[in-house]
Design a protein around this ligand. Structure first.
Ligand code: ZN
Length: 454
């Protein structure tokens, strides 16, 4: 800071006049962003920067990392063009999108490229996590927790802008949740192109109890709150204030998104009962944001998720597809004691088969077409019974008697399919026996037919 006190001014002039010979080395300048309304402004700004770089022996990177210009909408002085503009001798390349702090902005402001980046990271990193952790002997509870803390946090970087995506929040949500569903399917050993017929059951089996769309909503709401708490003089706050009444601004889109989730959402200034936060210290602001998150945002979003899960699962029950009659059980997060349990490959295999059998109520055997599961066989390859499905192999087929024996012993001679597929079990022993029965029968049929299980 010595440069700026009165005695320093002379020294600055001195350094400036001798800079050429005093600064024999060159330094590279980090990223810089200019927002301009006119080509002329851009040209002037670049001239000033070029002169400063020359004087201070600084340089911007060239080539692939060189200057770029993103034209959003028509420029006011269309007679000029970027061809006449240079930065440190380099002509800026006109591009259709730029990455700003990890967020992709496109020249039409559709934010489609940003959404694609979020979806791609969510899906590919999610699948990589599942494959890696499974191979290392971790179970589904460990994967579910690492997925939300690592993959989601990384993939959702910059997702807040998606409140302004050209197709609106509903379509963005369904695409996000589809990517989330593909990760859930990867956990269950189901190929991305094979339908499980139900998002909710896949999420419930993995205990992915907060959908990606809800995580997006939370981040948007909290970003609004954070912006509102910035000091009045902060450039971002000034920009927000200038744009907040424009219907096409992110600020308005974010508000519409917030109210579409619940009309009970309060803005942070309503929640705090204050309109000016400039007198708050940094710690007080952090505390206020935390209170807003815990007492307003999280309860409303949790309610939204609970309602969605309940409604969707009730719908499945009414269609009598899956034994989700113990709803509370599948809607509990994994318990801390389950989190780091080891799941050897055979256990993983059995659990996957059992879970997918619960969801599709068919044998979790992949047909050659790969898009669906084997629901019915014309005849049983073992006993010759006609039109047989999972129920036959679990409850009736005499050739499966050996795999049925431990369930018989533990459950008093009963092995009704709905009981076998039911989540709640009197003991871990009974649970394991049920899983082993479904997995054993399925594997035997798959082996005979030379097809793969999940
Ligand atoms: Zn049979």
């Amino acid at each position: 800071m010595w440069l700026w006190h009165s005695a320093g001014v002379d020294k600055v002039s001195y350094v400036e006049s001798t800079a050429q010979s005093f600064m024999p080395y060159q330094q590279f300048v980090d990223d810089g962003f200019l927002l301009c309304l006119h080509w002329n402004d851009l040209s002037c700004a670049n001239q000033v920067i070029t002169e400063a770089c020359h004087l201070w022996r600084h340089k911007f990177a060239g080539g692939r990392k060189g200057p770029r210009v993103l034209q959003v909408g028509p420029m006011c002085d269309s007679q000029m063009s970027p061809q006449n503009i240079t930065l440190c001798g380099e002509q800026p390349v006109k591009v259709e999108q730029v990455k700003v702090l990890g967020t992709i902005i496109d020249d039409q402001l559709t934010l489609e490229a940003q959404l694609c980046a979020v979806l791609s990271t969510l899906q590919s990193e999610g699948i990589r996590l599942v494959t890696g952790m499974t191979a290392a002997g971790f179970g589904l509870p460990a994967i579910a927790s690492q997925f939300s803390t690592r993959v989601v946090a990384k993939a959702m970087h910059g997702c807040e802008l998606l409140a302004s995506h050209v197709d609106g929040f509903t379509k963005v949500s369904s695409r996000l949740n589809h990517a989330h569903y593909i990760v859930a399917k990867a956990c269950l050993g189901v190929p991305p192109t094979t339908s499980l017929g139900s998002y909710v059951a896949a999420f419930a089996e993995c205990r992915f109890l907060t959908r990606a769309s809800t995580i997006l909503a939370q981040r948007v709401v909290m970003t609004r709150a954070r912006l509102a708490l910035l000091p009045r003089s902060h450039p971002t706050r000034v920009a927000v204030r200038a744009a907040q009444h424009l219907p096409a601004s992110w600020w308005q889109h974010a508000r519409v998104l917030m109210l579409s989730i619940s009309s009970e959402f309060s803005e942070i200034w309503e929640f705090a009962g204050a309109s000016d936060f400039d007198n708050l210290t940094k710690q007080e602001k952090t505390k206020l944001l935390q209170a807003y998150l815990n007492s307003c945002v999280t309860p409303l979003l949790r309610l939204l998720e609970e309602q969605w899960f309940q409604q969707q699962l009730q719908h499945m029950i009414s269609e009598a597809i899956v034994p989700y009659n113990h709803l509370d059980h599948v809607l509990l997060p994994w318990q801390p004691n389950e989190r780091w349990q080891t799941w050897p490959p055979t256990f993983w295999n059995m659990v996957r088969i059992w879970k997918v059998a619960r969801i599709v109520c068919a044998l979790p055997i992949l047909t050659h077409e790969g898009s669906k599961f084997l629901s019915l066989l014309a005849t049983c390859p073992f006993c010759g019974d006609v039109v047989v499905g999972i129920r036959h192999f679990v409850e009736q087929c005499v050739h499966m008697q050996d795999i049925r024996s431990s369930v018989f012993r533990l459950m008093g001679g009963s092995c009704e399919l709905s009981m076998i597929l039911c989540q709640s079990s009197a003991s871990v022993e009974i649970f394991t026996a049920k899983v082993k029965l479904v997995a054993g029968a399925t594997s035997r049929v798959a082996q005979y037919l030379q097809l793969d299980t999940v």
